[in-house]
Design a protein around this ligand. Structure first.
Ligand SMILES: [Zn+2]
Length: 140
């Protein structure tokens, strides 16, 4: 179902994304699990396989995102657009908790994305704790 992606385009996306998931910022060289190229605007809704609509995501973030483009902000109960790694700046919408292990949404988009993509999933928080211990996390 996924359209053909040239290796040149894939390399470009990897470089743009810095080998990190666009949402949880997990680094594929820490997890050892290659990130997927994801459609920012979902392919199922007509999103194209072109540079501007592609980014890297880890499998859980990609799967929880699914075909959503917005989600409910838990603070207001209103819909908010999901974080867009190409258009939005991560630090404007999110912060790391003091211990570096959890992602805190700072805006409606940030809060909605934390919930929808489960950016503080149990196993990932456990992994971050280990990364913090050895100074690999949080990313600068
Ligand atoms: Zn992720």
């Amino acid at each position: 179902m996924t359209a053909y992606l040239s290796s040149k385009l894939r390399q470009q996306i990897e470089q743009d994304a810095g080998h990190r998931c666009g949402y949880c910022l997990s680094d594929e060289t820490l997890t050892g699990i290659p990130l997927s190229v994801e459609h920012l605007f979902p392919e199922a809704l007509g999103g194209k396989t072109i540079h501007d609509n592609l980014w890297l995501a880890c499998r859980p973030c990609n799967e929880y995102k699914g075909i959503q483009v917005q989600a409910t902000d838990p603070k207001t109960g209103r819909k908010a657009p999901l974080f867009h790694p190409r258009q939005d700046r991560w630090h404007e919408h999110f912060d790391w908790s003091e211990d570096g292990c959890e992602i805190i949404g700072k805006t409606a988009t940030g809060r909605a994305t934390v919930v929808a993509l489960r950016l503080n999933r149990n196993l990932l928080v456990k992994a971050r704790k280990r990364w913090v211990l050895v100074g690999w996390h949080p990313p600068k």
